[in-house]
Design a protein around this ligand. Structure first.
Ligand code: UD1
Ligand code: UDP
Length: 382
């Protein structure tokens, strides 16, 4: 029996580890699963825990209003070390690029515990975009033993950085595993306001924004672009679940709160969010995860970023980088809204991020690492 500690703490890493945790738990003759939440997020983490019926074995509860990268680091690292000393896990699994991800890997390294990194190998090679996630990912890769790359592009990046080929596996992204079970026809939203907006039968554009590198003027520019579009297209409802970060709220709310067709709402729980996504016609976002989910539904996504570590959907044509310049955002969006042919070109359902089986593959690879599974089939070594 091997003890696997799974570490998460924010909305996206928890969503993307939920199916890995449930697959690990199915193998209860091989694995004891220890779940550890840093709780770098609180309410947004709790929303995810509730949807996936997860109860962390350890909850560090570190979130503070307006926390800094240093305060997250200070409050998490010692507590993780204490848990590792007491629980002696045989492997630590982390996901993605948050500060919790990097700290989980670092704390494991300090105790020489092997690390499995889910969603490894995404790169922009621009240390300030996304900030601090690009560096969090690179540092995590330095420490990682088993790299679970979502795509062949991510695997190539890891090989280029001299990680051992035999330690890298293309698994697909676990975000698709979660989507497969979440989206339903005739879904009733848990938020009345969303049901009311959907019932209006107008076109819906979904907006999200939170990245640190966009704080301040860039975020305000994007909000002004949404305002301009909302004024020009009163027949479109813009739904914007606003991230709980006060920095985001202070930038966005004053610009958008008075428009009758812009709905600034609280963050939606995962089921509400992805079901709303499946019903909208256009997405504006700076999110990483949303760039992976949108293509699954064939919805054009305009991304408020200069670069992306997720080039696959850009290549497929569903995602376009529009940056943070107001007139560029408005011009690109108008071209899509007004020009059916342009819209149709972008609105093709593609899925470069997986087939819904990533979590199962990851668990098979971990079993194999501990000599518990059959030989890995070639597919895993692509
Ligand atoms: C974090 C991650 C980012 C990820 C994002 C997902 C880092 C450095 N950043 O960014 O990679 O894309 O989560 O959303 O790891 N807050 C609440 N309640 C919550 C969550 C946040 O009030 O449930 C507020 C708090 O004031 C908190 C602030 O938001 O201090 C910022 O949270 P933090 O985790 O530091 O950064 P995010 O921008 O959320
Ligand atoms: N999401 C959600 N509710 C919302 C907005 C997003 O559940 O109101 C989900 C979304 O489906 C995706 C994830 O949160 O799976 C993306 O998280 P976020 O944008 O916060 O972080 P990122 O992916 O940029 O790290």
């Amino acid at each position: 029996m091997k003890k696997i500690a799974v570490i998460f703490g924010t909305r996206p890493d928890t969503i993307k580890l939920a199916t890995v945790i449930s697959e690990l738990k199915k193998e209860n003759d091989c694995f004891e699963v220890l779940t550890i939440a840093s709780a770098q997020h609180r309410q947004m983490l709790d929303q995810v825990l509730e949807v996936f019926e997860l109860k962390p074995d350890n909850d560090l509860n570190i979130m503070k209003p307006n926390q800094t990268l240093a305060s997250i680091t200070k409050d998490t690292i010692q507590e993780l070390d204490d848990i590792f000393v007491k629980e002696k896990p045989d492997m630590v699994v982390v996901q993605g690029d948050t500060t919790t991800t990097f700290l989980g890997a670092l704390a494991a390294f300090y105790r020489q515990i092997p690390v499995g990194h889910v969603e490894a190998g995404l790169r922009t090679y621009d240390k300030l975009n996304p900030f601090p996630e690009e560096v969090n990912r690179m540092l995590t890769s330095c420490i990682t033993k088993l790299h679970f790359a979502p795509t062949a592009t991510a695997k190539k990046a890891l090989i280029k950085e001299n990680n051992k080929k035999g330690d890298i596996f293309v698994t697909g992204n676990t975000v698709i595993d979660a989507l497969e079970v979440a989206v339903r026809e005739n879904f009733v939203f848990s938020v009345d306001k969303v049901n009311d907006i959907v019932a209006q039968n107008k076109r819906i554009a979904l907006v999200t924004m939170h990245r640190r590198e966009n704080w301040g003027e860039p975020m305000k520019n994007a909000a002004k672009a949404i305002k301009s579009l909302a004024v020009q297209y009163p027949d479109i409802n813009f739904i914007f679940p606003v991230h709980l970060n006060p920095v985001v709220r202070n930038a966005v709310n004053p610009i958008l709160s008075k428009l009758t067709n812009v709905f600034l709402i609280e963050p939606l729980d995962y089921l509400d969010f992805v079901n709303l996504m499946s019903r909208c016609f256009l997405i504006f976002t700076d999110s990483g995860g949303v760039q992976e989910e949108g293509p699954h539904f064939g919805i054009p996504i305009l991304v408020f970023r200069k670069v992306t570590e997720r080039p696959e959907a850009v290549k497929c044509g569903t995602v376009k980088l529009v940056g943070l310049n107001k007139s560029k955002i408005v011009k690109t969006a108008k071209n899509l809204i007004d020009n059916e042919e342009e819209y149709r070109k972008m609105a093709s359902a593609v899925n470069p991020y997986g087939d819904g089986l990533a979590s199962k593959r990851i668990v098979t690879i971990i079993k194999n690492y501990f000599g518990m599974g059959e030989e890995l089939i070639e597919e895993f070594k692509l």
